[in-house]
Design a protein around this ligand. Structure first.
Ligand code: NAD
Length: 204
């Protein structure tokens, strides 16, 4: 869910891998017998009216997405983007739309834990694993954890570190400060948003 830049990179990266075998940026090409090329998209959720109804492979190029277009064939996914949820009232609708899925990748902007929790609830209801790419505290929330544990479903996150992005640089700097004997009281990351505003993520 969330047809933004992460999703664009993932959809295009898998297509590139299928075409050329490229594993650039992939640290573990096979996890428990499942390889990069085995990933199929079966559903996509967005809130932007421009993306809803479009095929996933078209919607990933609509603004404000700005992840570059990779040089590879991108066959239509045959997956129309559907309306996501913005609060807990639509959990059942999203759960029903997850039929056939095994994993829900939560990839909305960080900072709305109630939305993340609602998607996690939809995944649990549908019997689907949940991966939280955002910094919102969901996969470490004891209530969410016990729900997934009781259902025997994988729950992963929180946050996703890009190859060389703010998270890995931030963590490397924190380790350096500790190595140099400084006492770390708190930390946060600041990154520029497309509109020129500034967003802060909680640090590790
Ligand atoms: N891109 C990275 O390298 C990276 C690295 C680490 C963590 N993350 C985290 O991953 C998340 C996604 O990153 P991104 O770069 O793809 O962001 P993005 O802003 O490009 O994409 C997020 C998408 O989610 C959509 N969205 C918002 N609310 C929604 C809802 N309720 N239902 C469905 N869709 C909704 C937005 O319209 C947007 O298209 C962020 O929380 C970011 O902090 C990203």
């Amino acid at each position: 869910m969330g047809v933004g830049n992460n999703t664009s990179a993932l959809v295009q990266g898998i297509a590139l891998h299928r075409e050329s075998g490229s594993l650039v940026g992939v640290r573990r090409p096979i996890v428990d017998g499942i390889a990069v090329g085995d990933i199929e998209f079966v559903a996509a959720f967005a809130t932007s009216k421009e993306k809803i109804g479009r095929d996933l492979t078209e919607a990933i190029f609509l603004p404000p997405n700005n992840f570059p277009r990779l040089n590879c064939d991108l066959p239509r996914a045959g997956v129309p983007v559907t309306e996501g949820l913005v609060d807990a009232t639509a959990v059942d609708r999203v759960a029903a739309a997850l039929g056939g899925a095994e994993v829900l990748l939560y990839s909305a902007p960080s900072g709305r834990p109630e939305v993340a929790r609602a998607y996690a609830e939809a995944a649990r209801t549908a019997g689907v694993a949940f991966i939280n790419t955002t910094a919102d505290p969901i996969s470490r929330d004891p209530q969410v954890m016990s729900g997934f544990e009781a259902a025997g479903l994988p729950l992963l996150g929180d946050d996703l570190a890009s190859q060389f992005g703010t998270s890995v640089v931030h963590n490397a700097l924190l380790r350096l400060l500790q190595e140099r004997g400084l006492t770390l009281v708190s930390s946060y990351q600041v990154k520029a948003c497309p509109a020129g505003a500034v967003a802060a993520d909680d640090g590790a």
